[in-house]
Design a protein around this ligand. Structure first.
Ligand code: MRU
Length: 343
C-alpha cells in the first residue's frame, strides 16, 4: 500500500495508524491499528470519527488485512462487522460496499489495496471541490458559524464545512468564525478549535447555547455544517445541536448551508425519519472525559437521553453544498440528488 497521510489517518510501509481524537488537543498519539476488533473499538469510542474518515479508515484496515493474507471470505465477514460499528454515517456503509465489490475481483488482495487508496484519494478531491463551491458563497468580512468538527480530522482531505471556511480564509476574505463547543463530546471545543489554531483561522469558541444571542445581535452572517447522511428529500442528519441551529438561523434569517460529499447522500432514505440515529452512553452527558481528565457532575444514576445526531428538515436549509455544486430547495424538490447519485 502507498504511504498515505491525512490529519487523522496514515499508512506507513503498509501499516495503518489512527490519531486518537479523544486525546486532542492535549496529546497527539498515533495508534497502530491491525485488527478488525481494534478498528471497531476505535470507531465506537470516537478515536476515529467524522463520516468520511470512518468509512476510509474501515477500508484501509480491510486493505491491510488483505495484505497480510486474510481470505476473501474472512474479509467479507469483517466488512459486515465494520458496517455495524456506527449506524448514522452512510459513508461507512457506502465505502464498505465499494470495497466488497472490489473483493469480487480475481486478485482480491491487489483490488482491496487499490480500492482503499482510491477511496482516500477520491475523498481528498471531493473535499477540494466542496471547498471551492462553498467558499464562493462567502462575502468579504463575514462572520461564520460552525458546529462539531468537519475539518481534516473528519475526512481524508481538507474537510467539508471547515474546508469551505478555511478556503474562504485563504482567499483573504477576512472572515471570523464562531465555533460551537458541541456538547456532549466537545468536537468543536477540542477539535475544530485545534484545527483553527493550526490553520490560522480567526475564531472564537462559544458554548452551544450562545448562538441565539449572536444571531439576534446580527453577528452571524452565514452558517456551514457537515452531515452524516442526507435523505432523498434533502433532510439531513448531523451532530446533535445542528437542528436547533437551523431553527435559530431560520428565525433570524441567517443563511444555513450543509456541506457534504455526494457519498453522504442516501436515496434509500426517503426523508429524515428513515435515518438511524445512534444513541450513546449516558456518562457522556452526566459529565466529560478526555486527556484533560474526567468528571461526572450529575447524580451517578441520572437518567439520560443521548442521541449523537439530530435531523434537520430540508425546509430549514438554504443550500446543499456538494462536490458537484450548490443546490437550492427548488433543485432538491426537482430531484437533483437523485440525478447526482445516479450519474
Ligand atoms: O460523532 P462524530 O464526531 O463522528 O460526528 C461528526 C459529525 O457530526 C460531522 O459533522 C459529520 O461527520 C460530517 S464531517 C465531515
Amino acid at each position: 500500500m502507498k504511504n498515505l497521510t491525512s490529519l487523522s489517518l496514515k499508512t506507513v510501509q503498509g501499516e495503518l495508524f489512527v490519531l486518537d481524537q479523544t486525546l486532542l488537543p492535549q496529546r497527539q498519539l498515533w495508534l497502530l491499528c491491525q485488527t478488525v476488533p481494534a478498528m471497531v473499538a476505535m470507531i465506537k469510542a470516537l478515536q476515529l470519527r467524522g463520516a468520511p474518515a470512518i468509512g476510509i479508515g474501515a477500508c484501509l484496515l480491510l486493505a491491510y488485512r488483505a495484505s497480510v493474507g486474510d481470505s476473501r471470505e474472512q474479509l467479507l465477514l469483517d466488512a459486515e462487522v465494520l458496517r455495524a460499528a456506527r449506524p448514522t454515517a452512510v459513508n461507512l456503509m457506502n465505502n464498505l460496499d465499494t470495497m466488497i465489490a472490489a473483493l469480487a475481483q480475481d486478485d482480491y488482495k491487489a483490488a482491496a489495496i487499490a480500492c482503499a487508496e482510491q477511496l482516500f484519494a477520491e475523498d481528498v478531491a471531493l473535499c477540494q471541490r466542496m471547498a471551492e463551491h462553498g467558499a464562493a458563497l462567502v462575502q468579504q468580512g463575514e462572520q461564520l458559524l460552525t458546529h462539531c468538527n468537519t475539518g481534516g480530522l473528519a475526512t481524508a482531505g481538507v474537510g467539508t464545512a471547515l474546508g469551505v471556511i478555511n478556503l474562504a480564509h485563504q482567499q483573504g476574505k477576512n472572515i471570523r468564525l464562531w465555533v460551537d463547543e458541541t456538547r456532549p463530546l466537545l468536537q468543536g471545543g477540542r477539535l475544530t478549535a485545534w484545527e483553527c489554531q493550526q490553520l490560522g483561522i480567526p475564531y472564537q469558541l462559544i458554548c452551544d447555547n450562545m448562538a441565539a444571542m449572536l444571531m439576534a445581535r446580527g453577528q452571524v452572517d452565514r452558517i456551514f455544517v457537515g452531515s452524516d447522511r442526507i435523505a432523498a428529500n434533502g433532510d439531513f442528519a448531523n451532530k446533535v445541536g445542528t437542528y436547533s441551529l437551523a431553527v435559530l438561523a431560520h428565525y433570524h434569517q441567517v443563511p444555513f448551508y450543509v456541506v457534504a460529499p455526494h457519498t453522504t447522500v442516501d436515496l434509500a432514505c426517503a426523508d429524515g425519519s428513515a435515518i438511524p440515529i445512534e444513541q450513546r452512553d449516558a456518562n457522556e452527558v452526566r459529565g466529560v472525559s478526555g486527556a484533560f481528565g474526567s468528571a461526572i457532575w450529575a447524580p451517578e444514576q441520572a437518567s439520560v437521553f443521548n442521541p449523537a445526531f439530530d435531523v434537520t428538515p430540508a425546509e430549514l436549509v438554504t443550500g446543499w453544498v456538494l462536490d458537484t455544486g450548490v443546490y437550492s430547495q427548488a433543485d432538491i424538490a426537482m430531484g437533483i440528488l437523485q440525478r447526482v447519485i445516479r450519474k
